[in-house]
Write a protein that binds this ligand. Structure first.
Ligand code: ATP
Length: 291
């Protein structure tokens, strides 16, 4: 799936600007960004619910907007199942069977059994975790190749969360689907995503393969005799400060940071393992991080 230079304007609001990236088959892509960055709008455009003002979404090099049949390859699971609450599980099954010609009813029942989900007259009567699992069961049963999830584990207990993450990873491995997840749960994405797209103010701020992303950043703890030299501050992001102990993140090669820091003669310099959360803070935290 190719997202080609998508822009979206609503009234006078430029919500997305020139978003361009590719989703590889069989990969998990994490879309991250601060509240209001444009993640949900991007997902809704990728699935064809919203028309972009400019740009296109291509599957097998064809536009999903000029060839709507291609939308059968995509399913979007929104962060709330509020809209489904008055439907029965059977009605949902029939609704999606009508929309997705490859809908796999046998797989639907198999997954319902696997997750001990009951058939109910009102989906609204299911617990929040059950609703989330049910939405995923429907999504997988459509046999769509691209599954877009908006905050799939928001508000779920840790056991349901683990089950959901496990089935996502399995589905990608066994059925070769691609999963695009918008999430604030950076720890979960770190455990399963291949690619991370960081959105800032409706634009792609960074797009990395997770492994190479970590190689491009360095986290360290440093202490100087006095306070941190102002010159050094221009090259790094301070993500924490306790007295004279600074935790810093730097986007460049390891050796460059080491030699840069050495010129300022620290009394302590220690490298630390870096997480996606550190990179998120360094990329998007701006002035808000150390108060
Ligand atoms: N229909 C709309 N009309 C006007 N503005 C909109 C509309 N939809 C979204 N926006 C605005 O676009 C921006 C991006 O919203 P969006 O919901 O895509 O962000 P998000 O990254 O998913 O946020 P969050 O992490 O809080 O869910 C916000 O400023 C929002 O107010």
């Amino acid at each position: 799936m190719k997202i080609k230079h998508i822009s979206k304007r609503v009234h006078q609001n430029q919500i997305l600007s020139d978003i361009d990236f590719e989703v590889k088959t069989g990969s998990i892509v994490g879309i991250v960004g601060r509240n209001g960055a444009g993640k949900t709008t991007l997902l809704r455009t990728m699935v064809g619910i919203l028309n972009p003002t400019k740009g296109d979404v291509l599957i097998k090099n064809e536009s999903i907007f000029s060839n709507p049949k291609l939308k059968e390859n995509i399913i979007f699971v929104p962060d709330s199942s509020e809209a489904l609450k008055n439907y029965s599980t059977k009605e949902m099954l029939n609704l999606y069977k009508g929309i997705y010609s490859r809908f796999d009813e046998e797989y639907f029942h198999e997954l319902m059994d696997r997750f001990s989900l009951p058939e109910v007259k009102k989906i609204g009567n299911l617990s929040k975790g059950m609703k989330a699992l049910f939405s995923l069961v429907v999504a997988f049963s459509t046999r769509a190749k691209y599954i877009l999830l908006d905050e799939p584990t928001d508000g779920l207990d840790v056991i349901v969360k683990k089950r959901i993450l496990k089935i996502l990873v399995e589905e990608v491995a066994i059925n070769d689907v691609s999963v695009i997840i918008s999430s604030h749960r950076l720890d979960e994405l770190e455990f399963m995503a291949n690619d991370i797209v960081i959105i800032k103010d409706g634009k792609v701020e960074k797009h990395y393969e997770l492994d190479s992303m970590k190689l491009n950043y360095l986290k360290a703890q440093v202490v100087f005799k006095e306070y941190m030299p102002e010159d050094l501050k221009n090259h790094i992001t301070v993500i924490n400060q306790t007295g004279r102990v600074y935790t810093i993140v730097f986007e460049k090669k390891r050796d460059e940071l080491r030699s840069l820091i050495e010129t300022f003669q620290p009394i302590l310099y220690e490298e630390l393992p870096i997480s996606l959360e550190d990179i998120f803070i360094a990329t998007l935290g701006g002035e808000d991080i150390v108060s």
